[in-house]
Design a protein around this ligand. Structure first.
Ligand code: NIG
Ligand code: FE
Length: 410
């Protein structure tokens, strides 16, 4: 039923859609949640008395701060094994691309995932995904992309679908069959691309196994031209599109995101000024995930200040994956972004909530505290939101409410 009244809220921070870094702040208020949906904000005694209280649970926020649940709009949480050996190799001086060229990287995860049955992959992934909730994430994107055959990609997407039913967290599935060129097609990439376009993408769309299609446009991975063909096919099958672009080189991926009207272009360490302008014009979200620059030891970070100052809409996400960012905590990503991207606490929280929701095309359902939206909320032990990026690696999440249900009570 998920009917609940949250009373005694000290401060409530609500990010305003379309205004990066702007919040409406209310003090000393309460919320009425009916069937998991926000019904009233700052309900007064009269409104509370008018409902049938016996049908509602009461949650006392004890004067603490309420913010929206975090929306992590870029993540690769389905994989077989950790790659901590690659982390050590990088710290000993090897680059991400060098490790990938010598058989590590995505290909390493692909070899291991192909060996697992759907059942095995389901149980390790379910355990991992449930851990995100502790850090306040209530919606998580989940990409395929470590299978790279029709059957192994479908296996990943079926696992995502099952976990979505089983776990309290909401997963948003993305098809990333164009994450890398499979080893067995390295001399015949066109055949793999043909299968993506003519078999796997139509199947994924027809079976509703993903909402969007993603691609890794990068040196040694996919070209802009291949991206245009693959994503145009995805759009033709009714999928939304997004791109891993300009992460290791400036490669034209973000210009393509603007051209195709993508939901977002993601990473953007080497984005061009022209691409920034084109993405703004076409209302494409700049999805920033500096955790991966940090984790792979890059000295370059996405030009967040320039993007925001020009009027770009940003999202902030973990890019959680076994290679470039093994981090589930959006608050820790906020700390990294404050220091390296020079973003304010307001911009960071905006990007990790309503910005993430927009990057998933779900800004009318989640990401802010508004009537008729899902009651996905965090009760935080803070006085001001500046404490979130400041508290490096600490967990300030006291309670998590998902669809109006209390699922974490610390
Ligand atoms: O977003 N850039 C491509 N994909 C991932 C890395 C995947 C991996 O190394 O396993 C990323 O950083
Ligand atoms: Fe990624």
């Amino acid at each position: 039923m998920n009917n609940i009244i949250i009373k005694n809220i000290g401060k409530l921070y609500n990010p305003i859609q379309n205004k990066v870094g702007i919040f409406e702040i209310r003090e000393n208020c309460s919320l009425i949640i009916t069937n998991g949906i926000i019904q009233e904000i700052c309900a007064d005694e009269i409104e509370i008395n008018a409902i049938r209280l016996e049908n509602y649970g009461i949650l006392d926020a004890e004067g603490k701060t309420v913010i929206p649940g975090f929306v992590d709009s870029h993540a690769h949480p389905i994989f077989a094994e950790l790659r901590d050996n690659e982390f050590e190799m990088r710290n000993a001086g090897k680059s991400y691309l060098e490790i990938a060229e010598s058989g590590g990287g995505i290909k390493n995860s692909v070899r291991k995932l192909r060996k697992l049955s759907e059942e095995e992959l389901y149980s390790i992934s379910l355990k991992r995904i449930n851990e995100f909730i502790q850090y306040g994430t209530t919606t998580l994107e989940a990409k395929s992309g470590y299978g790279l055959t029709h059957d192994d990609e479908i296996k990943m997407l079926k696992v995502i679908k099952r976990i979505n039913k089983e776990s309290d967290i909401d997963l948003v599935p993305t098809f990333l069959g164009a994450h890398d060129i499979p080893e067995e097609f390295k001399d015949n990439r066109e055949e793999y691309i043909y299968t993506l376009i003519n078999k796997t993408i139509p199947f994924v769309a027809k079976e509703k196994l993903a909402e969007a299609c993603d691609i890794f446009i990068e040196k040694n991975y996919y070209t802009v031209e291949e991206g245009r063909r693959i994503l145009t096919a995805a759009k033709g099958n009714g999928l939304k599109v997004k791109i891993h672009a300009d992460q290791l080189t400036c490669n034209g991926g973000s210009e393509l995101a603007a051209e195709l009207g993508a939901l977002s272009s993601d990473h953007l360490e080497y984005i061009s000024d022209k691409a920034i302008d084109e993405m703004i014009k076409n209302d494409v979200v700049f999805n920033l995930m500096p955790g991966s620059s940090f984790f792979i030891g890059m000295s370059d970070y996405p030009p967040a200040r320039k993007i925001i100052d020009k009027g770009g809409k940003i999202a902030l996400s973990t890019d959680f994956n076994p290679g470039t960012c093994y981090c589930m905590s959006l608050p820790l990503i906020m700390t990294i972004s404050a220091v390296y991207l020079k973003m304010t606490a307001e911009e960071l929280l905006w990007g990790a909530t309503i910005g993430g929701a927009k990057a998933l095309g779900k800004e009318n359902e989640i990401g802010s505290i508004e009537k008729r939206k899902k009651a996905d909320l965090l009760i935080m032990d803070i006085k001001n939101i500046s404490e979130i990026p400041y508290s490096m690696g600490m967990n300030l999440v006291k309670k998590v409410i998902k669809n109006g249900k209390l699922i974490i009570n610390n």
